[in-house]
Design a protein around this ligand. Structure first.
Ligand SMILES: C[S@@+](CC[C@H](N)C(=O)[O-])C[C@H]1O[C@@H](n2cnc3c(N)ncnc32)[C@H](O)[C@@H]1O
Ligand code: SF4
Length: 379
């Protein structure tokens, strides 16, 4: 089982917090789309004929694609890869693009899951973030999606925002839940260098909320989604039973995936590679049959660290048997030596050789992961 990720590197407006690769100018648009179509066929052997159980359009903003662009990309996918009949086909969409007409186009193109970038149901938050929609548009776009038949959809929210009160965060989650999504992704704001928010922070135009409030907001998220019968299957991801994202699970469960388009990452168990995050360098490479990506071959330590980093975030947890079978005793010894204190202190629980985070462990997952890493100097 493997996945295809397709990165659409265009946005109508750049959000002030976002450092994902995308541009507002559409001058290279035709070239980028034709390069994506070409890359899909150039790399058809990358996954070595594996069956594909998930296709994911991400960005940037996939919902800027026209009907023709979308169907041409999908034709290239179906012509070059073995797509399973019940594959999950997710499309990240911005609320202001989801007109009835556009939703019909997505339906006709067999998109069966939407990921709707709401971020907040409050206009002042949306303006602060420089989003291109308002709260009414967000809610209406979701209701329209359901009417057209998209009952399998995820809502993206951001918490920890400057000025986001505990009370409004609770209202955001409750509003999201009331709209009946099958999935919610909620990320704490991160202040990435090279974003407007980062500059605002340095210039003291905005300020970070205290850690205690971030933790409180995370707790509310966990409790409210639990009450509404969502499974908390990854730190930032919550799904109704049977609606865990196949695509994200592939990332966290060490499955192969191919990433197409500028800045997209690929992983085939042996190496990791990432396309240049530049429309110009990417399209020049594809068109002229020259280099368009960087690549890293993974050492055993890299693969083990990757396994720790991804598994610890999920409710499937870290399997000690998997470590001993795939990496050997040296790694198992390193793992068991370092995990013990977290088990003793109640941050990690152990059941049948599987280690998972407790609720208190969820707040320090990055620290625990780093402590469990295997550094080459240990060899
Ligand atoms: C990169 S966007 C792409 C999809 C679509 N364009 C949108 O805006 O929803 C995917 C998600 O990443 C999250 N995201 C991006 N940058 C972030 C940041 N600095 N902090 C927290 N979440 C972020 C947002 O929740 C967003 O919905
Ligand atoms: S959050 Fe989405 S819409 Fe906003 S700049 Fe990033 S990719 Fe574009």
């Amino acid at each position: 089982m493997a996945g295809i990720y397709i990165h659409i590197p265009f946005c109508k407006k750049k959000c002030y917090y976002c450092d994902f690769y995308s541009v507002v100018s559409t001058k290279d648009r035709e070239l980028v789309i034709s390069s994506i179509i070409k890359e899909l066929s150039l790399r058809k052997n990358y996954l070595a004929n594996e069956n594909i159980n998930t296709i994911y359009f991400g960005g940037g903003t996939p919902s800027v694609l026209t009907e023709n662009e979308l169907s041409e990309i999908l034709n290239s996918v179906y012509n070059n890869y073995n797509i399973e009949n019940n594959a999950e086909i997710t499309f990240e969409a911005n609320p202001d693009d989801l007109s009835n007409e556009y939703l019909q186009i997505l339906k006709q193109n067999k998109i069966n899951r939407l990921s709707i970038g709401v971020q907040s149901f409050f206009d002042n938050d949306l303006q602060l973030m420089n989003r291109s929609h308002n709260a009414t548009t967000a809610e209406e776009s979701i209701k329209r999606s359901i009417k057209v038949g998209f009952t399998n959809f995820s809502i993206d929210l951001i918490y920890g925002l400057p000025n986001l009160s505990i009370e409004n965060w609770r209202k955001n989650i409750d509003k999201a839940i009331s709209l009946n999504p099958t999935h919610i992704s909620a990320y704490h704001i991160t202040y990435e260098p090279n974003t407007v928010f980062y500059k605002f922070l340095k210039d003291k135009k905005i300020s970070e909320i205290p850690d205690s409030e971030s933790i409180e907001q995370f707790k509310i998220l966990i409790n409210e989604t639990k009450k509404a019968n969502f499974e908390h299957y990854e730190i930032s991801n919550f799904a109704k039973p049977n609606y865990i994202s196949k695509h994200n699970s592939n990332y966290w469960k060490q499955q192969k995936y191919i990433g197409i388009g500028p800045s997209a990452h690929s992983f085939n168990l042996k190496s990791r590679q990432w396309n240049y995050p530049s429309n110009k360098k990417y399209t020049e490479g594809i068109i002229n049959n020259q280099q368009y990506f960087d690549k890293e071959t993974l050492s055993s330590a890299d693969k083990y660290n990757e396994y720790i980093l991804t598994s610890i975030r999920t409710y499937w947890g870290i399997d000690a048997n998997y470590i001993s079978e795939n990496f050997g005793n040296k790694y198992l010894f390193n793992f068991e030596k370092n995990i013990q204190k977290y088990v003793n202190n109640g941050f990690v629980k152990l059941s049948k050789n599987i280690f998972t985070l407790t609720n208190s462990g969820l707040f320090i997952s990055d620290k625990i992961a780093t402590d469990l890493f295997f550094y080459d100097k240990n060899i």
